[in-house]
Ligand binder design. Structure first.
Ligand code: C2E
Ligand code: CA
Ligand code: CA
Length: 349
């Protein structure tokens, strides 16, 4: 747009474009809904040449797409540094995967009935030589966007399976699968193949999938889950309560377990509402014959409330953070008859 008087002008144009796409289109007798993402850069502040303006509009567009369907973003200078940081992480990540710099750590999964450790969830950790420790939320997302997640996921799974031989018999390995991995039709067979080469029985494996991952890939998720369940692998629904799945969608997957998201556990002490929600989730899960794990248990008050309301398993800093594989024998030796849990806090009503 040449010579705009104010930012209202591009905003109005965007509204007109979005209005054009608001009604569904008919394609081969099917109704198709489109979203429109828009990124805007304005001269001279955001650049005075076409190249600069296009590059910055593109950065704004990237953020608009991140924000979801039909979003609009104006370019802001911090977008430059964020994207540069992302590019640096991406190139380090491309080197880190083949050189095995990303490894699984393990967070204990505790039976709330017996206080015993019954398994571990593998959580990816990357200590980069150039960047220091990069959080999994950050590099998993970049791995997803660049398609590196399949190679990374396979590698982590292989390493995690390898560790299980050092654990007491029957311990569970819980492993996270990202939505992007679930879109790959070969995922189920690949996981089963790696599993076959390890000493881990399918019955010891629990695959964690989020609600959003299931709903976004209904057909493919169903095929992969069927393959895994057929082999005896259990499926857990991760971060339960944070997505938008309907109950009937979730039940159609024949899940084995739901993991109550940390945000609900931390709300236990804060509000009656939080306690009602957690009680309701536990009741629902028990009613449908699903096992439950509460995530992010940080104090005994939370633990006692969850136990009293029938939650079967728990994870959280109260028991232990994720630790490197070599520290597991010491952890198990320290607490052979159950995890050491300080009894400080009072009960939650
Ligand atoms: P998640 O699967 O929900 O994992 C639980 C997260 O909560 C972990 O964060 C864990 O360290 C943290 N956590 C556990 N107990 C507590 C607690 O008591 N308090 C608090 N504040 N936090 C606790 P982490 O390791 O940073 O991982 C973040 C997310 O990255 C994971 O969330 C998972 O979605 C993803 N992720 C990690 N490793 C992998 C992986 O190997 N593959 C895939 N696809 N995703 C992974
Ligand atoms: Ca998880
Ligand atoms: Ca989780």
């Amino acid at each position: 747009m040449p010579a705009i008087a104010s930012l209202d002008e591009p905003t109005l144009l965007v509204r007109r474009i979005a209005a054009t796409f608001a009604d569904p289109f008919m394609v081969d007798n099917a109704t198709v809904n489109f979203g429109v993402g828009v990124g805007i850069a304005v001269a001279p502040n955001d650049g005075d040449g076409a190249d600069d303006l296009m590059r910055r509009a593109d950065r704004a567009l990237y953020r608009a797409k991140e924000a979801g369907r039909s979003s609009v973003r104006f370019f802001e200078p911090e977008m430059d540094s964020l994207i540069e940081r992302r590019a640096v992480i991406e190139s380090a990540l491309r080197l880190a995967i083949p050189s095995d710099q990303i490894v699984p750590y393990f967070q204990p999964l505790v039976s709330l009935d017996t206080n015993q450790i019954i398994g571990f969830e593998a959580l990816a950790r990357w200590e980069s030589e150039s960047l220091g420790s990069v959080p999994p939320d950050v590099f998993i997302r970049i791995a997803e966007e660049t398609g590196l997640i399949n190679a990374l996921g396979d590698q982590l799974f292989r390493r995690a399976c390898c560790e299980v031989k050092n654990w007491p018999t029957g311990f569970v390995l819980a492993f996270n699968i990202s939505p992007v991995q679930l879109r790959d039709p070969t995922l189920g067979l690949r996981l089963l193949c790696i599993l076959g080469q390890s000493c881990l029985s399918p019955r010891q494996l629990e695959i964690e999938i989020t609600e959003t991952a299931l709903v976004d890939n209904l057909a493919m998720a169903q095929t992969t889950i069927d393959q895994l369940r057929h082999a005896g692998v259990r499926i857990a629904l991760d971060d339960f309560g944070t997505g938008y799945a309907t109950l009937s969608q979730l039940l159609s997957f024949h899940l084995d377990k739901i993991k109550i998201d940390r945000s609900f556990v931390s709300s236990l002490e804060k509000s009656e509402e939080g306690r009602v929600i957690v009680r309701a989730i536990l009741g629902l899960a028990n009613g449908f014959g699903l096992t439950t794990t509460a995530e992010g248990i940080e104090d005994t008050a939370q633990l006692n409330y969850l136990k009293a309301n029938g939650c079967a398993e728990g994870q959280g800093y109260l028991f232990s953070k994720a630790i490197p594989a070599e520290d597991i024998p010491t952890l198990l030796k320290l607490s052979p008859s159950g995890v050491a849990v300080a009894r400080r806090a009072g009960p939650i009503n």
